[in-house]
Design a protein around this ligand. Structure first.
Ligand SMILES: C[S@@+](CC[C@H](N)C(=O)[O-])C[C@H]1O[C@@H](n2cnc3c(N)ncnc32)[C@H](O)[C@@H]1O
Length: 233
């Protein structure tokens, strides 16, 4: 069965005018939102699993039903692959047994990324596959590059890969990435050769939508977090 998917509708003609201001604020202003207890517990369990795996880490951030996590575990067979999503409903769908080197975690990424950075995690690969676009211009602060968590997600480092069906999202991310780290990343069309990594990718492709991708190799850089150096030991 094919599911039709409408392309993104937005009132933006290009990257948001307020993006640079949001990124500057995220880089300069300490952000002290408390971590939710359920995510702290989920992180601790994930940390114990990762320690036992004793393998390089791959993150699948916003993994939905976890099909991409399974595929990435097969692709990166000597790695430990963690898929994170806040939706219990999506994570509970039965897509078969998980490979031994994969784990699905229910958690809010806003907290999970901060805990991961605090714990010194250094993912070798970090996938952001079709994040929610929040396409209204008033929703800029909900996109990952407009959110205060942006320096934390970049600070983890590793090979970051973002895919989206909304070109402006990827262009904005590239702009914010360059502003925060100096890294220039190309926004390129993502042309599928019949292999779908995620259900959203399959759905968008089946509806004839163009897909976009960005990749960047980032150093581990906890110093991007504004209060890291100022905090008491
Ligand atoms: C558009 S779906 C894409 C899912 C999957 N990557 C795919 O391509 O099929 C975005 C996913 O991000 C998850 N998500 C959004 N905000 C999140 C957050 N703060 N923490 C964890 N997951 C989040 C949603 O629950 C949803 O499953």
């Amino acid at each position: 069965m094919q599911v039709e998917s409408r392309s993104v509708t937005t009132n933006q003609l290009g990257p948001h005018d307020g993006l640079s201001r949001r990124v500057s604020r995220a880089l300069a202003t300490p952000w002290r939102k408390p971590v939710a207890e359920h995510t702290r517990r989920a992180f601790e369990a994930a940390h114990a699993w990762l320690t036992a795996q004793d393998a390089p880490l791959v993150l699948d951030a916003g993994c939905g039903v976890g099909l991409s996590t399974r595929a990435l575990a097969r692709l990166h067979e000597n790695h430990a692959v963690i898929g994170i999503d806040r939706s219990a409903d999506r994570l509970s769908r039965n897509h078969g047994a998980l490979p031994d080197n994969a784990l699905l975690v229910r958690a809010d990424l806003v907290d999970f990324w901060r805990l991961a950075l605090e714990a010194g995690w250094r993912p070798r690969h970090h996938y952001l596959l079709y994040p929610n676009p929040y396409p209204k211009s008033t929703h800029l602060k909900m996109r990952w590059h407009g959110h205060p968590v942006f320096p934390h997600l970049l600070g983890l480092g590793g090979r970051l890969e973002l895919r989206s069906n909304w070109r402006i999202y990827v262009e904005e991310f590239a702009q914010a990435l360059q502003q925060a780290t100096g890294t220039v990343a190309m926004v390129e069309p993502w042309v599928l050769a019949g292999h779908f990594l995620t259900p959203f990718e399959r759905k968008y492709h089946a509806s004839g939508q163009s897909l976009w991708r960005l990749q960047a190799d980032l150093p581990h850089a906890p110093e991007l977090i504004p209060d890291t150096l100022m905090e008491e030991p």
